[in-house]
Design a protein around this ligand. Structure first.
Ligand code: 5GP
Length: 199
């Protein structure tokens, strides 16, 4: 059976990064896709581990060569998922997680309709604002920009297969694990031939 592509998406401040890290600890065999970005590395970030840090020209050339499964301009920097590793790992029968923004998730919906889209939502808008302010890494202008975007992004949840409210990380991880088990049992993932006693 081919692996399943799970897309964990939602507004900035929903806790996608924390939840995906916790998920990979629970499921060491799952592959967390490494994105390419044109933003500079933050302290502690390692090239090819956290992101492929590349130039804008390199990024545009990769788009032109159709090497990106999806890509988006997020607050002025490009972010995208290199397609080849995702296809290769799915073909090996392993599941893959993409941790990406809403624009990217909607592109995956169009390009790989069999992907499972999870919308990670903060418990409330007030909590999202509190989380963005508590990060302490962004200017007021950036925070305002992210809050405006988040308003719009929150309205896109009907395009997803599942909504997971991230009030507590452990609880959100449990819900995603349950979705993963259910998706592996979906009839559409099985070929009838496998169940035929004569085959
Ligand atoms: P950060 O700069 O904080 O690491 O990420 C900023 C935003 O970009 C987050 O919402 C993150 O989910 C999103 N992002 C990271 N990688 C990708 C990607 O490959 N594609 C898309 N569309 N968004 C991404």
């Amino acid at each position: 059976m081919r692996g399943i592509l799970f897309v964990v998406s939602g507004p900035s401040g929903a806790g996608k990064g924390t939840v995906c890290r916790a998920l990979t600890e629970r499921l060491p065999s799952i592959h967390l896709s490494v994105s390419a970005t044109t933003r500079p590395a933050r302290s502690g970030e390692i090239d090819q581990v956290h992101y492929y840090f590349i130039s804008r020209t390199d990024f545009q050339e990769r788009i032109a060569r159709l090497e990106m499964l999806e890509w988006a301009d997020v607050y002025g920097d490009y972010y995208g998922t290199p397609r080849e590793p995702v296809d290769r790992i799915l073909d090996q029968g392993r599941d893959v997680i993409l941790e990406i923004d809403v624009q990217g998730a909607l592109q995956v919906r169009g390009r790989m309709p069999e992907a499972v889209l999870l919308f990670l939502s903060p418990p409330s808008f007030a909590e999202l604002e509190r989380r963005l302010r508590n990060r302490g890494t962004d200017t007021e202008e950036k925070i305002e920009k992210r809050l405006n975007w988040a308003h719009r992004e929150l309205n896109s949840f009907p395009s997803y297969d599942y909504v997971v409210i991230n009030d507590r990380v452990e609880a959100a991880v449990e819900k995603i694990l349950a979705v993963m088990v259910a998706e592996r049992c979906r009839t559409k993932r099985f070929q009838l031939m496998d169940l035929n006693p004569n085959s």
